[in-house]
Design a protein around this ligand. Structure first.
Ligand code: GLA
Length: 399
């Protein structure tokens, strides 16, 4: 990702390259040809933040940036994984796969997938895997969900497992929650597995029912800019877990299964039942954010894409003031994008850094990107990375 004008709003990567890198890695490490290559994308979330683990609504879409796994089955029950992120392959067997947390680092996501499949009773084939990725790590674009989904796709097919793709998100989430130990919701895995080109994925996180909502930016003359804030993730894991705990505690006090069960119309009454100001703010974010997702979906259904802008911006304000998960870098990117004419802008993902998205007229994209870059320079922040993206397909076999 770069930081200058026309190059600033770089269209996201050529899909062929990452696949070639995975294949080259496979040949070099293991010799011979992979049996196949499976890809899964990163994601951004158009709107619906910290609503997934509250049984609420989200509207993410899959990115054109992908992770590719070149893989082949082996005869024994062992898994060897190489990634272009690390020099040496990691190898593990059933002992490590069956004990959550035994394999750590990036390979833990792979071991987590083996674990989740075995725990669900599937006979997972041993395999050699080579992983290459265009999804930046640590930018909040779900590089971990992309690895999980691509590995899941590979193992399901190599083993001939009878496991329909609509069950993959829950299994991949379990890998992340219970093997790796990150208490995330189901949004990221759903987006990268069930996403469809030209669409945003409207997901009810309680029922897992999805609806593909047309999100055709080109026809509307629009673009989505994704700004990597480059902000270091400060205490992101602990803060995420704290937000989740606070929401669950609030639901308990309010006597509902989850905050999804509090409607906007009942918000004031609910807030009166909570004694603590911080908890009230957390609840107000989740309840209003769920409604904003529903409102954005309604606008997209009637083709009013530009009109979603103020809801995106309101979502950001809610994350900044009520959920308190933004940092100066993301607030600066949002403010600069809006001042330069974006219809709406918001942080996307878990928070404390990560990426901002901005909805802009396509022909304004370079100017908005420049304005964000200039605002960063003025504040003395490291230059942001900026991409233009459009909704792409979810996990699939490449060839
Ligand atoms: C992270 C988690 C998701 C979701 C978002 C916030 O991306 O992995 O499950 O909770 O944060 O919306």
């Amino acid at each position: 990702m770069t930081g200058r004008t026309a190059a600033t709003a770089t269209p996201a990567a050529t899909p062929g390259d990452v696949a070639a890198r995975a294949t080259a890695g496979f040949r070099q490490r293991y010799g011979g040809q992979p049996a196949g290559r499976w890809a899964a994308p990163g994601r951004v979330n158009l709107i619906g933040e910290h609503t997934d683990y509250n049984d609420g609504f989200v509207l993410p879409f899959a990115l054109p940036l992908r992770t590719v796994v070149a893989a082949a089955a082996r005869d024994d029950e062992r898994w060897t994984v190489w990634s272009e992120l690390s020099a040496d392959p990691v190898e593990f067997g059933p002992a490590e796969a069956d004990e959550p947390g035994q394999v750590t680092g990036w390979a833990g996501y792979v071991a987590g997938v083996v674990w989740t499949l075995r725990a669900a009773g599937y006979a997972v084939p041993g395999a050699r895997l080579a992983v290459a990725s265009d999804v930046p790590v640590g930018s909040g674009l779900s590089s971990s969900a992309a690895v999980e989904a691509a590995v899941l796709a590979a193992l399901v097919e190599l083993g001939g497992l009878d496991l329909p793709a609509d069950r993959w998100p829950r299994l991949a989430q379990r890998a992340e929650n219970d093997y790796v130990g990150a208490p995330t919701g189901i949004m990221d895995q759903s987006a990268v597995i069930r996403g469809r080109a030209g669409h945003a994925l409207f997901l009810d996180c309680r029922t897992e029912v999805v609806e593909q909502i047309p999100f055709d930016l080109d026809t509307a003359g629009l673009a989505v800019l994704v700004v990597d804030s480059r902000a270091p993730h400060r205490h992101a894991d602990g803060e995420y877990a704290a937000r989740r705990a606070s929401c669950e505690e609030a639901a308990r006090v309010l006597g509902v299964p989850a905050l999804r069960d509090v409607a906007v119309a009942d918000l004031d009454a609910a807030l009166r039942k909570l004694s603590d100001g911080e908890t009230r703010r957390r609840v107000r974010h989740v309840v209003t954010e769920n409604q904003r997702v529903l409102d954005v979906v309604e606008l997209l259904r009637t083709g009013r894409v530009r009109d979603t802008g103020p809801l995106l911006t309101a979502s950001h304000a809610s994350m900044r003031d009520d959920f308190e998960i933004t940092v100066p870098e993301v607030d600066t990117a949002v403010d600069a994008a809006l001042a330069a004419g974006a219809y709406g802008a918001r942080m996307t993902g878990g928070g404390f850094g990560g990426c901002v998205l901005a909805l802009v007229d396509a022909d304004r994209a370079p100017a908005v990107a420049d304005a964000v870059t200039a605002a960063y320079a003025e504040r003395g922040f490291a230059a942001p990375g900026i991409l233009t993206v459009r909704p792409a397909a979810g996990a699939a076999r490449l060839d």
